[in-house]
Design a protein around this ligand. Sequence first.
Ligand code: ADP
Ligand code: ZN
Length: 658
Amino acid sequence: MGGTGVIGEMAGSTDSEALATLHRVFGFEAFRGEQEAVVEHVVAGGDAVVLMPTGGGKSLCYQIPALVRPGTGIVISPLIALMQDQVDALRALGVRAGFINSTQDFDERRVVEAEFLAGELDLLYLAPERLRLEGTLDLLTRGKISVFAIDEAHCVSQWGHDFRPDYLALSLLGERWPDVPRLALTATATRATHQELTERLNMPRARHFVASFDRPNIQYRIVPKTDPKKQLLSFLREEHPGDAGIVYCLSRNSVEKTAEFLTRNGVEAVPYHAGLDAGTRAAHQSRFLREEGLVVVATIAFGMGIDKPDVRFVAHLDLPKSVEGYYQETGRAGRDGLPSTAWMAYGLNDVIQQRKLIQSGEGDEAFRRRAQSHLDAMLALCETAQCRRGQLLAYFGQEADPSGCGNCDTCLTPPETWDGTIAAQKVLSTVVRLKRERGQKFGAGQIIDILLGKRTAKVIQFDHDQLSVFGIGEELTEGEWRGVARQLLAQGLLAVEGEYGTLVLTEASGAVLRREREVPLRKEPKKQAAARAAGTRGDRKPKAAAADLPEELLPAFEALRAWRAEQAREQGVPAYVIFHDATLREIATVWPTSIGQLGGISGVGEKKLATYGEGVLAVLAGLGAPAGETAPAPAPVSGAGPDADEWPEPEPEPEDWI
Ligand code: ADP
Ligand code: ZN
């Protein structure tokens, strides 16, 4: 058993089987955060509800109990398209995993069923719709089950954006298998969702584990939208050249157009939306997982459960409908813990659009009100002059550092605020005057043209140049007026009506017009925060995923990546199934020269060491001197000149890495 240095060293310090499994199978040093408590509780047979952000390490919470407890762990997951990859990744670790879903033919399914019944599976993945079938329940009854893991448990929530009716049937698990511990896991976690899923999954006795929702490696940025495709392109060119990422758009049409635009401009991108046939969608998703540096432009139909660890950015070209949605989507960046960006362009039209959608959408009054309050929270996040991370965490009921996070746009480039009371009054009085027009509908564009004193055809047609408000707003630019209107909408001082997006007053507007209420506004940045933030880290980043790796380690890192790509191609699996970037970084840094040393690196477990150990050492040996070796040298005896820290490369000692 064991055999690697780490396992040998650790075995004495603990008799916990869970920890031993963590070392041996996954090659990880220690549990993270709540993992240990969850694992301990479930291994002992308890139910658990686990709220952990994406990338927090939910999988280990059920994988380890499944490996430690006798029987097979059943994982219920809505993500059929990802099961193959999940199983491949586990098999690469030497875990006996399988899945049953509709992509298999009869024979394939029979093989897996037989393995399950023979007790030859550690983990079995199932789609929730399978559990509706008596045949599946019958199969499960005939085998031995160690634990039920309900992944993406928020799918049971009817109010959520990912509702799956089949999840409702999962409440029967507790009744049919009262002795098998159940674990519900999700990264969506407002108090309401949390409560709802606990009730609906019928887990009253479950212990609750709530991790911090902070994702410190993600930089949050929201910029005013001017020319979204161009803004996106320069964001990608300046900060994420060659990086893998996801761009979210609201409509299929803009998904297609944006993907085309990026491709035309030298950024490899593919579209993904529900209007594409299943084959194309699967092909694009698979390319995203397998290739390095591909951009997927998608509607929200894409991304749930995608556990590609090296997604370096998530960009939104349209406003998400809720903070939960935004948090879920942005959370797909940087699961490996390396620096990543959540970037969004947002403008006046987004607000009008979304408000219109809610007004004209389906659903009863309660549904509309709920949608409205979700949107309001999202708008508040967009318009805040405070730390974005703080606001996000507060939304999930958690506390943040009151002095700011230092890694969001408002912390990096604190926005200025100004007294927008008079500007607000000007907009509102114009709205009042237009209301008197016989049944005519005017949007924000007309209001701004009037304020700026522009004699457009439409202004002249309706004699709007005769209004007393005509030309009273020349102190601001058009962009600034759009910013004012947007913020008034966000603050509920303006509302949208009807299918043309007519602006109308709200109950709160009166107080502004009567000068009883001040209106602080955020200044529209002349130059985007992006520029400055980019300078802090984007400039010196020569290559994808090498983020913050010292220059001298890049050749080793790149050589390891090339080796990994080759392995992945041969085996037809995503590169991260071989090793994560974070593991390659550590290998490049530590520069192990023996199998024992390599086994001590995080992410190198027993099976991977056996499979790839020699290959990795050969790559390093092929590179010559370990890069790290040039850095720390003995202090110079005297006369340390300005170039004293540039040491000649030590002579390589061949026996070290043969
Ligand atoms: P989630 O499902 O919560 O989004 P994952 O289970 O995919 O998160 O884990 C996120 C990343 O963190 C993965 O790359 C995983 O290998 C890594 N990870 C999880 N737990 C540990 C740990 N204890 N030590 C080191 N890496 C870990
Ligand atoms: Zn911040």
